[in-house]
Design a protein. Structure first.
Length: 368
């Protein structure tokens, strides 16, 4: 960052108030072509909270595929029709999927929506398939201290998020393959408050107190970085930290993590509302326009409450470049939440683009 002071001088000077954290992984391949990894960190602190927003969709997507594999039920896979019922206040049912080619909801369609455009409802359906307690149990078993305890973009109580819908899976002939009853989570989470900012809006009223993120989702940058690495380079991590995925699962995840919205026929996304770099903050800055064909970005980004986070494996086949980059920044200069006045365009996206470009240029010129 010292090589580009105009882009990063303010970021460095305000790194703590901006809650900036960065992890860069240099990847070298020797004669045997097996990669070796060297990590570099800037201002990384597991105790500095950031709201993970849509980045929680990555571990939940992987857990959904893993659960299908662990159930080992004939006819149950990511293409099996998934019908979601409602059995509790605040729940909604799903019996059809208008964006699917055959009109049927499936885990595959939900995954594609998540990875292409970060669809919140698709995430909520996978959250309900897994259940709060199951998510927590599996992440804990893998050594992650993350807490994924609520659906996204829905105003639900703690108890409502603890209850998950009944779900039924049917094969192409209409036969019931698997049935999952409504479940109540017994997972326990920290009750310690996490107070940030100086005020927030609630029902159009400004509350002049810090906003409490204590009951929100939690995921550290180190964990997010590790989870991405487990997808791209599973053998580089201890088996405990990996997800039980098949080779087809890995190929599926890699394809749609790097794909652009217009590369999907079903679901179909128009280029006006969903341009290629729509969900690519690092290096591309989520900007409209064409993107280089020689660069691929395998990532999962998220933004909410003024927090912007992205973790990406960036490759350039022409110049033989590859590296992993994870970063988060707090874009809320007025300290007020729920006012829709965040600094994504002026602070967040420029930072992500400049950071990605900085490391890309370094990789372009460094001796391999």
């Amino acid at each position: 960052m010292l090589t580009q002071p105009t882009n990063f001088k303010s970021i460095i000077a305000n790194k703590d108030s901006l809650r900036v954290q960065i992890i860069y992984t240099k990847i070298d391949r020797h004669n045997n072509k097996r990669p070796t990894f060297t990590n570099f960190a800037f201002n990384v602190n597991d105790n500095t909270y950031f709201y993970p927003a849509s980045t929680v969709k990555l571990p939940v997507s992987l857990l959904a595929l893993e659960k299908l594999n662990n159930l080992k039920i004939k006819g149950l896979n990511k293409n099996t029709t998934m019908l979601t019922d409602s059995a509790y206040n605040g729940e909604t049912a799903v019996t059809a999927h208008p964006l699917a080619q055959d009109g049927k909801p499936t885990i595959e369609n939900y995954l594609k929506q998540i990875l292409l455009v970060s669809d919140n409802d698709a995430f909520n359906r996978l959250y309900e398939f897994l259940g709060q307690e199951y998510i927590q149990q599996k992440l804990t078993e893998k050594g992650y201290k993350a807490a994924i305890r609520h659906r996204l973009q829905l105003s639900l109580s703690t108890e409502q998020n603890a209850v998950t819908n009944p779900i039924r899976f049917y094969d192409n002939k209409g036969n019931l393959v698997y049935k999952q009853v409504a479940k109540y989570s017994n997972a326990t989470f920290s009750k310690s408050p996490i107070l940030i900012g100086k005020g927030y809006y609630k029902n159009d009223t400004l509350i002049n107190k810090p906003f409490n993120f204590g009951d929100k989702n939690k995921l550290t940058l180190k964990e997010l970085h590790s989870i991405l690495q487990s997808v791209m380079f599973p053998e580089s991590l201890p088996k405990k930290q990996r997800f039980n995925l098949s080779s087809d699962d890995y190929s599926f995840m890699k394809h749609w993590m790097s794909a652009y919205p217009n590369e999907s026929d079903y679901p179909h996304y128009d280029t006006v509302n969903y341009w290629p770099a729509y969900c690519k903050p690092l290096l591309f800055g989520c900007q409209k326009g064409e993107v280089p064909t020689n660069i691929k970005i395998f990532n999962k980004a998220g933004d909410a409450y003024g927090f912007l986070t992205d973790v990406a494996y960036i490759t350039d086949t022409t110049n033989k470049i590859e590296f992993i980059l994870a970063a988060t920044i707090y874009c809320n200069s007025d300290g007020i939440f729920n006012d829709d006045k965040y600094d994504y365009d002026t602070v967040g996206y420029p930072f992500m683009k400049n950071l990605g470009k900085l490391l890309y240029d370094y990789e372009l010129n460094r001796k391999k």
